[in-house]
Design a protein around this ligand. Sequence first.
Ligand code: PGA
Length: 253
Amino acid sequence: MARKKLIAGNWKMNGLMADGVDLAKGIAREVKALGKPGCEFLVCPPFTLLTSVKKALRGAKVALGAQDCHFNAKGAHTGDISPLMLKDAGCSYVILGHSERRADHGESDELVCKKAAAAHAAGLKTVICIGETLEQRNDGKAIDVCSRQIMGSVPEDSTSADTVIAYEPVWAIGTGKVPTAADVEEVHAAVRKVLSKKLGKSNANKMRILYGGSVKPGNAKELLSLPDVDGALVGGASLKVDDFLGIARNSGC
Ligand code: PGA
């Protein structure tokens, strides 16, 4: 089953207007230069940059996404942003359940699932993040933890058309540490099995499962050539045009 790779940049809480627009313009220029890339591209800047980045990406095959949303469409939720607002700002994707949100904001699987269902209802695609801590990995619980997160965070009617999974071991995020290729493939294959149970074989076989955590141009080829790895969710290296595009090029995009 051919799954088109997705190279996604998670800018996190980085970028003021001028730098963010420059970065987006650089990515747009380089993606255009690829001609017909074999991958899809996605950038997820902070909320404040969404509309400007959208403009800067004009004409390039790069989708726009946000990094979180509320589960309600509107109302008295100070400081929150709704899926409809993201759609209105030009987003087609939203990242949900990133480990930094789970840790910093106490987001549970149940909350992530509610947000994902609302995002799907608003016509957004979701990148739902899962991943174990170092302690859980050392205890041999990585697959259990990821399976539980999939069962709890992914809405039951999700499809391969509206959902992407990102496996991001918490201990690999921003640390320069990366699991072995065999460990990555083991988790991805296990995740696909759980998805198959939850969403049916056809959805599971078509659904993209990204790897995230210290992806760089230098390790992209090995990680992204694994059979169940369908792209990357890139943090630090997505803030530099050369690194982000280097990851894509080294992954055969
Ligand atoms: P990193 O972050 O590439 O900086 O490790 C990945 C992520 O958190 O999505």
